[in-house]
Write a protein that binds this ligand. Structure first.
Ligand code: NDP
Length: 253
């Protein structure tokens, strides 16, 4: 399905890899101008941006180095979009990390890093974008990346589950608060998706994970990007404050 994002300005965090990368390409293919905020090493950025332009057939993509754990970086991300493309319409707050560790063994620094990246980073970008729209009397549209682990716990991922559960209720609460201002906020909640985040797993663990999905495989980044694009589009004007599972029936079991 194609969408009309012509002249829409989008910000995507974590947009140089996996789900964020696929979504950046999808938005560009459908006419958006995209600012990517990502922490990826400087020496890799040029080649990834070239591949994005090639895959999307669009040159309307710019990069600003962003660490989402720093609220000032989220402010700069919004300012940069407005400076470069004169507006901001769409936000995909997607950057996230996972560092498996059993609850009582999680060092406080690791807890803070996961929460600050996956939850506080999402809050900061939502806050900055919403304030831009409110100040300028504009409408806007946000998708935050949750997970199937926004709904249930998972051994070895207490900090990750806490962060993603937080994203779900943050999304719901902000959606209620700003619905009357014409701002929609939803979350996308993938099961296990074949991205660099998971490709580090040993083959037997990866295969066992795939087998746990009724569909018999992991999802692709493009399958998540399709749903994000729908949520960000005008096809979804009555979809607000909801958490959309993209999970090959994983949580239906
Ligand atoms: P990837 O690791 O492929 O992509 C994440 C991107 O975010 C990378 O480019 C990474 O940079 C960047 N990033 C990491 N930390 C920061 C930061 N502090 N500031 C800015 N950018 C940062 O992951 P996925 O595409 O798999 O994951 C995207 C989102 O989807 C995450 O929120 C994840 O939790 C969620 N998710 C993923 C699932 C999966 O199975 N893959 C399942 C459910 C949810 P670098 O590579 O340099 O670290």
């Amino acid at each position: 399905m194609s969408y009309n994002f012509l002249n829409q300005v989008a910000v995507v965090t974590g947009g140089l890899s996996g789900i964020g990368l696929a979504t950046t390409i999808k938005l560009l293919q459908n006419g958006a101008k995209v600012i990517v905020g990502d922490i990826t090493a400087e020496n890799k950025v040029g080649a990834i941006l070239d591949s994005i332009k090639k895959a999307s057939g669009s040159k309307d993509v710019k990069f600003i180095r962003t660490d989402v754990t720093n609220y000032k970086a989220n402010q700069e991300l919004v300012s940069y979009a407005v400076d470069q493309y004169k507006d901001l319409n769409l936000v995909f707050a997607n950057a996230g990390i996972v560092t498996p560790n059993e609850g009582a063994e999680i060092p406080y620094e690791e807890w803070e890093k996961v929460i600050n990246t996956n939850l506080t980073g999402v809050f900061s970008l939502n806050k900055e974008a919403i304030n831009y729209w409110l100040k300028n009397n504009k409408k806007g549209n946000i998708v935050n990346t949750g997970s199937i682990l926004s709904f249930v716990g998972n051994p070895g991922l207490a900090h990750y589950c806490a962060s993603k559960g937080g994203v779900k209720l943050l999304t719901q609460t902000l959606a209620i608060e700003y619905a009357k201002k014409g701002i929609r906020i939803n979350s996308v909640n993938p099961a296990y998706i074949d991205t660099p985040l998971l490709r580090v797993l040993p083959k037997d663990v990866y295969d066992a994970l795939a087998a746990k999905h009724p569909i018999g495989r992991l999802g692709t980044s493009e399958e998540v990007a399709n749903v994000v694009a729908f949520l960000l589009s005008d096809q979804a004007t009555y979809v607000n404050g909801t958490s959309v599972l993209v999970d090959g029936a994983y949580t239906a079991q």
